[in-house]
Design a protein around this ligand. Structure first.
Ligand SMILES: [Zn+2]
Length: 235
């Protein structure tokens, strides 16, 4: 790790450029007569430069060392802090939905099938809560909102639904555990994140904008009324 690099903080979600001394890394080589030969553990710390955040993000990786050089791919990798890739979401997204999402992220690599099950339950929770739709299967629920959602979001939902076992099992009970690859579990998580953004966050921002607009319009009206009143008293 050297120079500067673009980075997104998993705590505050800000895009930023990391420059020294906002990061630190260290290599610990060992052999101790282990069965794999020379190994090295790399630990890496990045500190968010956002003054309201300043969180530490810590990762570690195990490499085989040949000569004094490490292999290009690690044997193992660990996300130490935060322990999952879950992004922080605002609390106007219902808590049970956020909890399912956070757990789906936490176990994505350890158990993709459990993660995918949580993501599907999360998707169902979102559709039921946001669109007030409730049918027997997630598949039917998705079909029921087809004409309501914008084309791009629909394409994203439909493309994930077309992936391997995930798609096949959207037609069944969401609680059935399906074997999926970590990448497929990751796709479902990304879809849930997109739906948070497209639906909850965009709606909230729209509401905030129109609230601000109404406030400005009301104060203008009030101002005009007061000026008129002042004029009549003067006369
Ligand atoms: Zn941050």
């Amino acid at each position: 790790m050297s120079g500067s690099f673009p980075w997104t903080c998993p705590y505050c979600n800000r895009d930023t450029l990391i420059v020294y001394p906002q990061y630190s890394n260290e290599r610990h080589d060992f052999n101790c007569n282990n069965k794999y030969g020379n190994l090295g553990i790399y630990t890496k710390v990045i500190v968010c430069p956002n003054s309201h955040c300043k969180e530490c993000v810590i990762t570690a990786a195990l490499y085989r060392i040949q000569g004094n050089v490490r292999d290009s791919n690690p044997l193992l990798e660990w996300q130490l802090k935060p322990q999952s890739s879950a992004k922080p979401y605002p609390d106007y997204i219902p808590e049970p939905i956020r909890k399912d999402y956070e757990e789906a992220c936490l176990i994505r690599d350890l158990s993709p099938k459990a993660s995918a099950t949580l993501s599907r339950r999360c998707m169902q929770g979102i559709i039921r809560n946001f669109w007030c739709v409730s049918k027997n299967t997630l598949f039917e629920e998705i079909n029921a909102i087809k004409d309501e959602v914008d084309l791009q979001t629909w394409k994203a939902i439909d493309s994930v639904r077309g992936v391997g076992n995930i798609g096949a099992h959207m037609e069944k009970d969401i609680n059935i555990i399906v074997d999926v690859e970590p990448e497929e579990a990751g796709l479902l998580i990304r879809l849930v994140e997109d739906l948070f953004q497209e639906w909850y966050i965009n709606r909230h921002e729209r509401e905030e904008r129109s609230k601000a607009l109404i406030f400005v319009a009301e104060s203008k009206k009030e101002q005009r009324k007061n000026t008129k009143k002042a004029k009549t008293t003067e006369e």
